[in-house]
Design a protein around this ligand. Structure first.
Ligand SMILES: Cc1cc2nc3c(=O)[nH]c(=O)nc-3n(C[C@H](O)[C@H](O)[C@H](O)COP(=O)(O)OP(=O)(O)OC[C@H]3O[C@@H](n4cnc5c(N)ncnc54)[C@H](O)[C@@H]3O)c2cc1C
Length: 325
């Protein structure tokens, strides 16, 4: 019996969001009196996988099949399911990411496991009762959900838990084959389109985001957003009306009908803060709002607010960031 943690890897490294997931999994294992094993998806070096010991992981499995470098739902699901069988995993923990959302539902059917997404806290385990807290209604409410059955899958929301850093602890790393066949890769994307993003950072993975709304007045002023994004190494985003008006491409639109982001820093420039916009950004760790209307609803969700004109504030902010280096 163990807890299995799915860690997403890219460019030889474990993704930062997976360090949170690994820390969550090892703490669940502690609660259950067992150990946490990780299964790596994507590619990471053995040395980087061993460092998951710092997050409390005791053993890491990886499959050296080269086609696992990029996300393929069928292959990833089979790999994780095989690892779950090998480890007799009671609980499987993954990120509430695009990959986690796609794989989690397939996995729950394959393993006949109960599934909770958007989980924001460690579970409460009381005898046989296993309760998790998850965000509901676009983060406006929290729901306590009792997971039943022998197997449980938990998808952890980014920024909900601090990653552990037990310096010096290492995990053992073990090669493992899920015997994947060509058929498991049948749903591989035929072409991967990497969209150009100002600031050179892709929005869904971004640690910092600078976002503009209708208050920017037109596409000709977007260099103000891009300059700040470049200075901060941030991705750029926008509200829906901005992309509807073709001021910015649709892949930058965040919110209920766009992309959901959970960066450490979200700077909203000339955005009113409508509930549909907030739905896509309200799990950001720190929200900064720049708006000339002190009554703009976004200020209620802000950690820091600047009441001012974006055309005045943004150049000064960019200059200050550049000076700080
Ligand atoms: C079903 C549905 C789904 C939707 N999905 C989304 C979604 O996914 N994402 C989304 O963003 N919206 C979505 N919307 C639209 C949403 O309701 C709002 O209309 C939209 O978010 C408003 O965009 P905005 O804040 O850029 O524009 P506005 O509401 O026009 O706000 C502009 C803001 O800029 C400020 N401002 C103006 N000039 C300046 C200046 N010079 N300096 C500083 N501040 C200034 C104003 O005070 C104002 O607060 C959806 C709506 C519906 C009905």
């Amino acid at each position: 019996m163990s807890v299995l943690v799915v860690v997403e890897c890219d460019n030889g490294e474990v993704k930062k969001s997976s360090l949170e997931v690994a820390s969550y999994g090892s703490q669940v294992a502690q609660l259950l009196g067992t150990t946490a094993t990780a299964i790596a998806v994507g590619v990471a070096t053995e040395a980087n996988l061993a460092q998951l010991g710092e997050q409390g992981i005791s053993n890491v499995l990886y499959d050296a099949e080269p086609r696992l470098k990029d996300f393929v739902n069928g292959a990833y699901t089979k790999l994780i399911a095989a690892a779950a069988e090998k480890e007799q995993a009671q609980v499987i923990v993954l990120a509430n990411s695009n990959i986690g959302a796609a794989v989690g539902s397939r996995l729950s059917i394959r393993l006949k496991a109960s599934l909770a997404t958007n989980v924001v806290e460690l579970p409460k385990v009381d005898g046989g009762k296993f309760t998790v807290r998850r965000g509901a209604y676009s983060g406006k409410a929290l729901a306590d959900v009792v997971l039943t059955g022998d197997r449980k899958i938990i998808a952890v929301k980014k920024n909900s838990i601090e990653a552990l850093h037990n310096a010096g602890q290492t995990a053992t790393v073990e090669q493992f084959s899920a015997q994947l066949s060509d058929a498991d890769f049948a749903d591989a994307p035929k072409q991967v389109v990497m969209q150009e993003q100002a600031g050179g950072v892709l929005l869904p993975e971004a640690d910092k985001v600078v976002s503009g709304g209708r208050g920017m007045k037109g596409p000709e002023h977007w260099s103000l957003i891009e300059d700040l994004a470049k200075a901060l190494h941030a991705a750029t985003a926008c509200s829906k009306p901005v992309s509807d008006a073709d001021w910015r491409p649709h892949h930058e639109h965040v919110g209920q009908t766009g992309i959901t982001v959970s960066p450490n820093l979200y700077i909203a420039c000339g955005i009113s803060g409508a509930i549909q916009h907030l739905a896509g950004v309200n799990s950001s760790k720190v929200i900064v709002v720049i708006n000339k209307d002190p009554e703009a609803p976004f200020f209620k969700a802000a950690d820091y607010g600047i009441v001012g004109d974006v055309f005045d504030v943004l150049p000064k902010l960019t200059q200050a960031v550049k000076e700080l280096g």
